[in-house]
Design a protein around this ligand. Structure first.
Ligand code: HEM
Ligand code: HEM
Length: 220
């Protein structure tokens, strides 16, 4: 890291005085909350409003004296599920706006705070200059993972918006179904990133990156 960090910090100090600029911190924590909100809606629909719950709904209604078929109970579950998808879509619009915010910020952040020059610098140090390769490899893996996450987020936003506006896109039912499956599959990759990210932050806090979480809060 020595070859990369001091240079970053020196130029960063002139440009921002902060290791993590306010725009990046704002994006990071709001994105974190909204992403969790979005994942929570998926969890609710996969558990509480799953089709298998129709027996519970049916039993409750029958207990209350109503005469209800499986199909009717299923319709109730479906209605509730749709309401939660409505909330998921609102979270989705916020995520899409945040993605745009992060993309625009990339052009306005000081060069040393942008993700692409960081990756380029680590690539150069590791493959071309072959100096301090351990630190450069670490930087390449960490920042490469962030880049993959940003690409995944882009995929989620694009596929999500296509689904939200499926009545207007003119795409066939089959294609919309595939888009939904792909959107759902990419969620697991996002979850994978979150696990790796949290493990990485935890390890960094214990080793040579002490204080990075508070840096991500107060700027560093
Ligand atoms: C939904 C969960 C999360 C997502 C999607 C996420 C995503 C990201 C991304 C994309 C970056 C890179 C920012 C950039 O330089 O462009 C980042 C950095 C960071 N995140 Fe998270 N994050 C999440 C949760 C957390 C949590 C819970 C913590 C603290 C416990 C945390 C601490 C940090 C820190 C300290 C950095 C800076 C690390 C570095 O300099 O490489 N993140 N996060
Ligand atoms: C990274 C964040 C996101 C996650 C983890 C996520 C996850 C999911 C999952 C698992 C499904 C169910 C897929 C299936 O039934 O096979 C879904 C459906 C959907 N998502 Fe997302 N999504 C995210 C972002 C978005 C965004 C940005 C939008 C854009 C508005 C969006 C819009 C939708 C829509 C419209 C559906 C279909 C709902 C329905 O069946 O009526 N999602 N999402």
């Amino acid at each position: 890291m020595a070859i990369i960090e001091p240079v970053n910090q020196e130029i960063g100090a002139i440009n921002t005085g902060k290791k993590y600029p306010a725009t990046l911190r704002f994006w990071h924590w709001v994105n974190f909350m909204v992403l969790f909100g979005s994942l929570f809606t998926v969890l609710i629909n996969a558990t509480l409003f799953d089709h298998a719950q129709r027996t519970v709904v049916k039993a409750a209604l029958v207990n209350a004296g109503a005469s209800v078929s499986d199909k009717q109970a299923g319709v109730v579950i479906h209605g509730l599920e749709d309401q939660v998808w409505g909330i998921h879509i609102y979270f989705g619009y916020v995520l899409a706006a945040l993605f745009l915010f992060r993309l625009i910020a990339e052009f306005f952040l000081p060069a040393t705070r942008r993700i692409s020059p960081k990756i380029k610098k680590a690539y150069l140090a590791y493959f071309i200059l072959k100096k301090e390769r351990e630190a450069a490899k670490h930087e390449l893996v960490v920042k490469g993972l962030y880049l993959i996450f940003y690409l995944l987020l882009l995929v989620m936003v694009v596929t999500g918006l296509l689904l939200a506006f499926e009545d207007y896109t003119g795409l066939s039912r089959n294609i919309n179904h595939s888009i939904k499956e792909f959107h759902g599959f990419c969620m697991y990759l996002i979850l994978g990133f979150i696990v790796l990210h949290l493990a990485g932050i935890f390890l960094a806090e214990r080793k040579d990156g002490k204080g990075i979480v508070s840096d991500m809060i107060n700027g560093g």
